[in-house]
Design a binder for this molecule. Structure first.
Ligand SMILES: Nc1ncnc2c1ncn2[C@@H]1O[C@H](COP(=O)(O)OP(=O)(O)O)[C@@H](O)[C@H]1O
Ligand SMILES: [Mg+2]
Length: 249
């Protein structure tokens, strides 16, 4: 379903991704683990079209010169160089790390904003009930201004907003980041439901190895811009070098 081949990204002279490759098949939940700064977010942003794919140097959001190489295929079609909205329209949706809903809008308005590409009203209604079934808390708070939500609720809203796009493949970037253990566990359960009950294929980027290995049958391990290993939790944990050097266990 998703095939990333040799993606290399440099900010000015710093190489942030070095020939990163991975594959996700339809119906899988795949992990992407690695410590802070490994390049997980950069890779997910590049896949979803948020880093401009150009042959030549372009200006990044921070003003750094960005160079990017490699290819990304989604459902057999090249999507690198497509715009982020075109990629989302095809059903590949990013739930960003520490995603920020529009703070002055209500929960419901934010969810509606996630559905802007869907013209079918019945479908939008269906998507709303799916999101509210998954996160009853969002239903309770649908009229609340999003800027006043707690960290956990904001994270639910970001996942909910991504679901309003009716994704085929969802890239979930560190959903548990900054949350208390109980909330964290709860959020991972919801991610599992999105995969298991809603049938959405998931690529989950996480620093939390134990939760990720519980959920994902196989994972890619990233370190300093490289995909250094790949396998089932058993394979990865069995290899002492991988376990000690890259997983820190
Ligand atoms: N816009 C940017 N400009 C320059 N460097 C960046 C930018 N975004 C990310 N980086 C650098 O890329 C590296 C990988 O970051 P990131 O993809 O956020 O890793 P992770 O998500 O695994 O923590 C880090 O060293 C980070 O400082
Ligand atoms: Mg990150």
């Amino acid at each position: 379903m998703l095939e990333v081949n040799n993606v290399t990204i440099c900010y000015d002279t710093a190489m942030v991704l070095d020939q990163a490759s991975l594959k996700v098949e339809k119906g899988e939940l795949v992990g992407l683990v690695g410590p802070n700064g490994a390049g997980k977010t950069t890779l997910l942003r590049a896949i979803s079209g948020l880093i401009k794919w150009e042959k030549d140097i372009s200006k990044g959001t921070t003003g750094a010169n960005v160079t990017i190489e490699g290819t990304v295929e989604f459902e057999g079609k090249r999507i690198d160089k497509m715009s982020a909205s075109e990629i989302a329209r095809r059903g590949l949706v990013l739930c960003p790390e520490r995603g920020r809903p529009f703070p002055e809008m209500t929960v419901k308005e934010n969810l509606l904003a996630g559905a802007h590409m869907c013209k079918n009203k019945a479908q939008v209604k269906d998507n709303f009930s799916r999101v509210y079934d998954l996160f009853p808390r969002l239903k309770e708070r649908e009229k609340q201004i999003s800027g006043t939500l707690s960290g956990g609720e904001r994270q639910m809203l970001c996942i909910g907003r991504a679901l309003m796009h009716q994704p085929k493949l969802m890239l979930v970037d560190e959903p548990s980041s900054g949350l208390a253990p109980k909330l964290k566990e709860d959020l991972f359960k919801r991610v599992e439901e999105i995969y298991h009950d809603l049938g959405v294929t998931v690529l989950l980027a996480e620093q939390d190895i134990s939760f990720t290995f519980d959920l994902a049958k196989r994972s890619y391990v990233m370190s300093r811009g490289h995909v250094v290993a790949h396998g089932t939790p058993q394979e990865l944990l069995h290899d002492e070098t991988i376990r000690k050097t890259y997983l820190g266990l």
